[in-house]
Write a protein that binds this ligand. Structure first.
Ligand SMILES: [Zn+2]
Ligand SMILES: [Zn+2]
Length: 339
């Protein structure tokens, strides 16, 4: 197995000081206007896209394209959520070699960054979340409406153009030392090409037509990748600005329910910052977490082991406000009586 034990601090992003209550006013109470603004910017292009589906049906969109788009969305999206994020960055479970390689390949198909670069950036995000040094905090320009609007755009997209390169030697020595993963990271251009062309190839062969290749390329490559990118980026922008603070954190991470299904559970981001190595992010009852269910399935199949499922004793102590019931897959046997 791979050496992932010596970078615990980097993985978890834990700081040494205890939690301190922040005096700032929480944004979700004061900025309905901003919330509406973001919703408009995110929702309008997506709604326009959804509206285009019935218009395009039978004329540039067929069920082959829908099947391919959803299949590639799931493979690359779970590659990011289960692979790049929960496994490679945070070590929330251990994986057999074949599953490790499959996760690295699937995550690369999202066309975000090579595995090791992605992990290094994200570990830096946890180490400095919403402070100086965080690669993509929406709060970097200040907290008034204008600064926050600028910060949201920066956290969503702008940070990728700032020219900063996170040190892989410092933040990702474990995977740099893994020959499988450093090779897959180097193959990134080939995997990008695969992700771009595979839907067109399958779509063309499936329908035995050039038109089928073209429509599959539009829906299962272009639309699928654009959509997945916006969902991933929304975790950095929206989930650090709006939503519910259900667990104690020292940053601005929030739980955002309406993004849960499309993000495979990544939008339960407040819990994730409260307990970064936990394999399940949607820990409260009713919080759907498709990535956690996938890890659960991989554990049953023997591909994943030593899974860090949520622990009732640890989480109830971190909950804010009135306690809500913890969901399935929570370890309860170690729970201490509360009261
Ligand atoms: Zn994380
Ligand atoms: Zn975050």
């Amino acid at each position: 197995m791979t050496a992932t034990t010596d970078t615990t601090a980097a993985r978890t992003g834990e700081r040494t000081s205890p939690a301190v209550a922040r005096p700032e006013i929480m944004p979700e109470r004061s900025s309905v206007f901003d919330r509406v603004l973001v919703a408009v910017f995110v929702a309008v292009p997506l709604l326009a896209l959804i509206a285009a589906v019935p218009l395009a049906w039978g004329w540039g969109l067929g069920w082959h394209d829908v099947v391919l788009a959803i299949a590639f969305y799931y493979i690359s999206g779970l590659g990011v959520s289960v692979g790049l994020h929960r496994y490679f960055t945070h070590g929330s479970f251990k994986a057999v070699r074949g599953f490790k390689i499959a996760l690295a390949l699937a995550g690369s198909l999202a066309i975000e960054k090579p595995v090791i670069t992605w992990v290094a950036d994200h570990r830096r995000h946890h180490k400095y979340s919403d402070k100086e040094g965080d690669p993509h905090s929406p709060w970097r320009f200040g907290s008034d409406a204008k600064a926050l609007a600028k910060g949201l755009a920066y956290a969503h997209i702008g940070w990728m153009f700032d020219g900063d390169i996170t040190s892989e030697e410092k933040f990702c020595p474990d995977w740099l030392a893994d020959p499988d993963i450093s090779a897959i990271s180097r193959w990134f251009p080939a995997l990008v090409t695969t992700s771009l062309l595979a839907p067109a190839l399958i779509g063309g062969l499936w329908s035995m037509s050039w038109a089928g290749a073209l429509t599959a390329f539009f829906w299962a490559t272009l639309v699928r990748i654009a959509f997945l990118h916006h969902i991933t980026w929304s975790i950095n922008s929206i989930c650090h600005t709006f939503g519910r603070k259900e667990f104690e954190v020292r940053d601005k991470s929030r739980n955002v329910s309406w993004l849960a299904i499309l993000s495979f559970g990544e939008s339960w981001h407040n819990l994730h910052h409260a307990d970064p190595t936990c394999a399940r992010h949607g820990v409260l009852k009713g919080q759907i977490d498709i990535a956690a269910r996938t890890i659960w399935l991989a554990e049953k199949l023997g591909w994943a082991y030593a899974v860090r499922w949520p622990e009732a004793a640890r989480l109830t102590g971190k909950q804010t406000g009135e306690a809500r019931k913890l969901g399935a897959m929570t370890r309860r046997e170690t729970a201490r009586p509360t009261g």
